[in-house]
Write a protein of this length. Structure first.
Length: 136
């Protein structure tokens, strides 16, 4: 007969077998931060930078300010029904990162939380997307 207390002591601490998960890869700090270590240079991508992929070549967006049906919260709306949903999501992701705010795509419109119309116009001009601030 085995003693349950001895078994628990044996299985705790250093005697436990560690199982390596084959799906998790061990990464160095340099790989996580993008900095090269002396022994391993970081591979350069031959493709275009990720931020330029998926942006529409010819686009025009109207930038509106709205408070309606949002509990009094102010949002900036970017309206253009001609762009496909993938292009709208690409623009939204770029704006959310650059403006450090939330947003979503609903009904063919990009919704950015808070009134950041002027900054949105500047960011869209950098990506060669024409825009116009509309409304009061």
């Amino acid at each position: 007969m085995s003693n349950p207390i001895l078994f628990c002591l044996f299985m705790s601490g250093k005697n436990k077998k560690k199982y390596n998960n084959p799906h998790k890869q061990q990464r160095t700090v340099g790989e996580l931060t993008g900095m090269a270590s002396p022994s391993r240079p970081v591979k350069q991508s031959k493709n275009k930078p990720a931020e330029d992929k998926g942006f529409p070549q010819k686009a025009f967006l109207e930038i509106w300010l709205s408070k309606k049906h949002r509990g009094g919260k102010t949002v900036s709306l970017l309206k253009n029904s001609r762009l496909n949903p993938d292009a709208l999501k690409t623009i939204l992701k770029y704006l959310k990162v650059a403006l450090a705010c939330g947003g979503s795509v609903k009904g063919g419109e990009i919704i950015i939380q808070s009134d950041k119309r002027n900054r949105i116009k500047e960011l869209l001009q950098k990506k060669n997307i024409n825009s116009k601030i509309c409304g009061g």
